[in-house]
Design a binder for this molecule. Structure first.
Ligand SMILES: [Zn+2]
Length: 96
């Protein structure tokens, strides 16, 4: 299923300036996607390819800068420290 952000990536038809819809989206890298558009004007019907590419940062991420080799991996969640909360895998003692 396509995400809404790609369905909303507006790009008017370069032939007739009509509204267009993204038909396919393919990741070329973690910073570039290849998008196939279809003009929604039935008298036009133009299809074309466009690239959506990260260019620069406007506000830095709290996780660090964009890395050219790939996205940052998030650290695993912290283990539970509350003694009242036990993991589901912990076995229970049978009731006496
Ligand atoms: Zn068109």
């Amino acid at each position: 299923m396509k995400s809404d952000i790609f369905q909303r990536a507006s790009f008017p038809c370069p032939v007739c300036t009509g509204n267009a819809k993204i038909r396919e989206s393919e990741a070329l890298s973690h910073t570039t996607r290849r998008l196939k558009y279809l003009c929604l004007d039935v008298e036009c019907g133009h299809t074309w390819v466009a690239h959506l590419t990260y260019v620069s940062t406007l506000s830095p991420s709290a996780l660090g800068p964009v890395h050219p080799m790939g996205p940052r991996k998030r650290p695993p969640p912290e283990p539970l420290t509350n003694p009242l909360i036990r993991p589901l895998t912990e076995t229970r003692k049978p009731a006496a």
